[in-house]
Design a protein around this ligand. Sequence first.
Ligand SMILES: [Zn+2]
Length: 155
Amino acid sequence: MRYNCLECQTYIDYEVYNYSVNNLGVPLCRNHQNWIRSLPQSTTDDAIALYFALKIRGVPAELEKFDGFKHIDIAIPEVRVNLEIDGGHHVFNSHQALADLKRTFHSFRRGFLTLRIPNALVREHLDEAADYIVGFLMENQSRQRSFNGYYRRRY
Ligand SMILES: [Zn+2]
């Protein structure tokens, strides 16, 4: 039996696989184990868990992507969708909620859909949430294709 790093697809031996799955929850090569450990404190375990749930589903996601203004928790640039994993203060703090809404709006004006995912959803219903997010990504991709087709025909 051979194993692959979930991040780079490099073959890893059983010992590395076993260590990584037991300590990080997913199979990663030594380089990517170090990468996960070197992420800034602002990268939450919830964001990492959702990121890998999407990777397992074949989504070309990017963790901690810098958009020129701020870091996005998880970005899927190919389909112009951003995911922000929100803790309680995003819901209970009205100033934070308004700042989030403004940011969502400005991203949307630049063509990016932002899905705000409560961290409880990641913790309690990770697989189901990931499946629905994949549904959003596929839907957004087909919408963009038909929009682009329409645009080209018309102008
Ligand atoms: Zn790797």
